[in-house]
Design a protein around this ligand. Structure first.
Ligand code: SF4
Ligand code: SF4
Length: 163
């Protein structure tokens, strides 16, 4: 898997035009069974992909932290929400709370997340490939295929399945 992760940015760049054309078509005319197809492709991919061998999302990008995430994680650390944000987060250009730096401070050397049970919603849902109405997040997916080998493989499988 490490080889694919190392080459992912180039692989994604090479496929960018093709992926963009595919998603433009998908948005215009999504198949009726798209939610079902995505569920199937997502499950098949994550049966063979072990996130603990990867953690590239945690190493290279970070989640947005919602107010609910902050309250829940701060409580886990027995901190006040404002103490948690001061210590670990910053506001980005869009005024969203994000990590101060990557790799994520909660990621262990063994690729385990030290706050797994209370991790942000965005971490739980990444790379969003089992999301309903998947065609609505095509711009995000075009970016995620350069970060996440599973998302890359799922998009390749989508293109083979949906003509
Ligand atoms: S979600 Fe994707 S990038 Fe994150 S650990 Fe799993 S395979 Fe890697
Ligand atoms: S909170 Fe956990 S799952 Fe989310 S980026 Fe950090 S280490 Fe990864």
């Amino acid at each position: 898997m490490q080889d694919q992760i190392n080459n992912l940015s180039k692989l994604a760049k090479d496929k960018h035009k093709e992926n963009k054309t595919f998603f433009t078509k998908l948005k215009k005319k999504p198949p009726k069974q798209l939610d079902y197809i995505m569920q199937e492709l997502h499950e098949a991919e994550f049966k063979k992909t072990d996130c603990l061998e990867c953690a590239n999302c945690c190493k290279t990008t970070g989640p947005l932290f919602t107010d609910k995430d902050i309250t829940r994680i701060a409580k886990h650390f027995k901190m006040k929400p404002h103490q948690f944000t001061e210590q670990f987060l910053r506001l980005d250009e869009e005024n969203d709370y994000v990590l101060q730096s990557v790799p994520c401070t909660f990621l262990g050397a063994d690729n385990y997340c030290s706050i797994y049970e209370v991790r942000p919603k965005a971490c739980r849902e990444f790379p969003h490939t089992d999301r309903k109405k998947f065609q609505q997040i095509s711009n995000l997916t075009l970016k995620n295929v350069a970060i996440c080998p599973a998302a890359y493989n799922i998009v390749e499988a989508m293109k083979a399945r949906i003509k």
